[in-house]
Design a protein around this ligand. Structure first.
Ligand code: AMP
Length: 444
């Protein structure tokens, strides 16, 4: 660290983002949809540490990728180990698959994750240095139906979140056919070096596939007429890709063949896809993507012929899109009861009552530090509580409590010991009334 650099104590680190309480409703909504899709499609959650050996990412994501060579947060810890904050989670999931001997479970092993990733990228709108991804991985099955299932699920989750997205798909072949293609690609660019951006000049030597997804205009023009991998696929890769597309047709998931989808990371083989959405100016923006990675398990020391496929989605981008489209969210759950207390004795009892009500299965709200009934009832109203439980001096002496219906204003005194039961009784009869009303409306 430069000795001159000042470190302010109460300032957010550049490129990072707080997810403040007001935003949690939309974040929870996304997390819940992801979890419910995982349950429905048979995926189990895995949580891996945020910190891994740097070598894991160098070996899997690839030493020459931007993510590893330019953007990783790496450090040497007190014990001398070279560690990195994960820039993506697939390598960690594969490491866990190998280390926990998941090879011995029924294949494919289907796992999903939700968690923060770290890349020292240039911060800009929708691009952070800590950002969240959810991702799904199916390890141990080569059948093209698994690729199609992943794409269908990926598409389905975004539909569930109110986003009408498009699948862009390509095949980037495997080690038997890709070298021939890379040779043709390098040959094509040979006399065009002077027209490439500085990054692409390097990519031409280290990672020529990446020339195809460069964002610089001049490079894009050259990429548009470059040779395409699809024309170089070997018979096996071709068969695999055709089958994936047929399954997608059958599932009626619309897709576009896009020869420029190569994904930025080294380990992809065969199917590669991105899910895109048009932004306000009509420009397509990737919300995430995925692909097959049939060689990664072997590369990291697992059994050599363990195929796999997975995808990762950027949660900030998805949430920004949802906000842009004003996707309707379910109303936050209103509380069943609000505790209003008057006097020191009632306040003391209030704390225990709060615990008892919660244990009795009720959602509770309160402002135990406040005085005055009027103010507390106003707060109960603001918090949309269904009932207020009023505990004053008289109730303490009589061992009772007042239940006030916050909609009608009707109050009733009940035995303090029976309060949980009494609230549940009222909530249940309210539900029946609501149900009868709906039935009546449907009939008329
Ligand atoms: P990748 O792992 O690079 O394939 O990225 C998958 C998705 O993660 C992208 O399409 C973005 O939605 C999201 N993503 C990647 N990098 C960032 C970042 N720096 N900030 C926010 N989201 C990101």
């Amino acid at each position: 660290m430069s000795p001159k650099k000042k470190t302010p104590s109460a300032k957010l680190v550049k490129g990072m983002k707080d997810i403040v309480p007001a935003e949690q409703l939309i974040w929870d909504f996304v997390r819940e949809k992801v979890k419910s899709a995982a349950r429905d499609y048979g995926f189990t959650r895995i949580d891996t540490p945020i910190v891994e050996f740097t070598q894991l990412f160098k070996k899997s994501t690839g030493e020459d990728t931007d993510v590893v060579s330019k953007e990783m947060y790496s450090f040497v810890d007190q014990g001398g180990d070279r560690l990195s904050l994960r820039p993506e989670t697939t390598p960690s999931v594969v490491r866990a698959y190998i280390e926990h001997g998941m090879l011995n479970q029924p294949q494919p092993v289907k796992m999903f994750y939700i968690g923060p990733q770290f890349r020292h990228d240039k911060p800009q709108a929708g691009r952070y240095r800590q950002f969240w991804q959810f991702g799904f991985e199916a390890i141990g099955d080569v059948d093209p139906i698994i690729d199609a299932q992943m794409i269908v699920m990926n598409y389905d989750i975004l539909q569930d979140l109110g986003l009408d997205t498009e699948v862009q798909i390509n095949s980037i072949g495997d080690k038997s056919c890709r070298p021939k293609y890379l040779k043709a690609l390098t040959q094509y660019y040979k006399d065009k070096k002077k027209d490439l951006c500085a990054d692409c000049t390097k990519r031409l030597v280290k990672n020529p596939l990446r020339l195809l997804d460069c964002k610089v205009k001049g490079c894009q023009e050259l990429a548009a007429v470059a040779p395409q991998m699809i024309d170089y696929l070997c018979e096996e890769c071709n068969k695999h890709f055709t089958a994936v597309l047929e399954y997608l047709d059958e599932a009626e998931v619309k897709y576009n063949l896009n020869p420029k989808i190569v994904r930025g990371l080294d380990y992809y083989t065969r199917t590669a896809w991105e899910i895109v959405e048009a932004n306000e100016e009509g420009k397509l923006q990737a919300l995430g993507g995925g692909g097959r990675y049939d060689e990664l398990v072997g590369l990291l020391g697992g059994r050599g012929d363990t195929p796999a496929v997975g995808f990762a989605m950027g949660m900030e981008r998805i949430i920004n899109k949802m906000k842009e489209k004003q996707v309707e969210l379910p109303a936050p759950r209103r509380s069943d009861v609000y505790i209003a207390q008057l006097g020191a004795e009632a306040r003391r009892k209030g704390l225990k009552l709060l615990m008892e009500l919660r244990r009795g299965g009720l959602t509770v709200s309160e402002d135990l530090s406040k005085n005055g009934l009027k103010g507390q009832l106003e707060l109960a109203d603001k918090k949309c509580a269904r009932y207020a439980l009023i505990l004053g001096q008289k109730e303490i002496v009589d061992e009772t409590i007042l239940i006030r219906d916050m909609e009608s204003g009707v109050q009733e005194t009940v035995d303090y010991k029976k309060v949980v039961k009494e609230v549940h009784k009222r909530l249940a009869s309210q539900l029946t009334e609501k149900c009868l009303k709906i039935k009546k409306m449907k009939k008329s």
